[in-house]
Design a protein. Sequence first.
Length: 204
Amino acid sequence: MAYTSPGETRNKIYSFVREQILNGTPPTTREVQYAFGFRAVQSARQHLEKLVLEGKLAKVDGMSRAYRLPEFGKVSPPQLIPMLGRVQAGELTEAMEDPSEYIMVQTRFDDSELFALTVEGESMLNAGIMPGDMVVVRRQPTASSGDIVVALIGEEATVKRYRERNSSIELHPENDTFYPIIPEELGTSFSILGKVIEVRRCVE
């Protein structure tokens, strides 16, 4: 096996951790260990702590998925946000709300701006959003083309990638077996509930 300098290895770890964070699943130290084939978890921890000292990563104490990107701003204390039910990532389905359930999040946004939904369906597989995943959503009525959003069409909600094409709004799946949704062709009301800012996966 070719020799890799500690600095080169650390840069590869940073790229890996950054990609995972941007995908909404900050890796644990042990996941970094497995990804890079370290014999001891301490080796992964030393590289991660060095990245923190270099200012490339930020760390939230007391969490297993503790590493964040400094450019995302200062991380706030843990806060509870409402879990509003399920949203379809395939065909549209009625949005269900159950504000009696809450989850813990750590983000720079205020908890009043956030809610969470559990995803059903397989239309967002290529974006790394699987059936059963939880999406954390920031409430906002607008989005930029390319954002993944939760949209309300009539009384039904869906999670899709938002696109603007020639003044027309399209909601695109990330799975070739599904077709885009064009709200104006459906002849019903359309609104954006919010932008997906984090994806969480429950591993049994």
